[in-house]
Ligand binder design. Structure first.
Ligand SMILES: [Zn+2]
Ligand SMILES: [Zn+2]
Length: 76
């Protein structure tokens, strides 16, 4: 996937309610509710966004990866 905000390809990306794909880091830097950074004509609730099925699976995978990294760090 390519972020439609910055054009990055290899970042962790989530889907906005309007269908655009952006890096998780852009959304993470914003408040609980924010104006869509792509179309700027609707407001997004971060909690609702993270609860979308697709984003939930991305986030749970991410948490799993973080968990594995933590385990790895402890071993070395
Ligand atoms: Zn981006
Ligand atoms: Zn939008």
């Amino acid at each position: 996937m390519i972020c439609e905000f910055c054009g990055k390809e290899d970042s962790v990306q989530i889907v906005l309610s309007c269908g655009y794909t952006v890096c998780l880091e852009h959304v993470n830097n914003l408040g609980d509710t924010f104006q869509c950074i792509i179309c700027k004509n609707h407001v997004i609730n971060k909690q609702a966004l993270f609860n979308m099925n697709k984003n939930r699976s991305i986030l749970s995978k991410l948490q799993f990866t973080n968990y594995l990294n933590t385990v790895k760090e402890k071993c070395f």
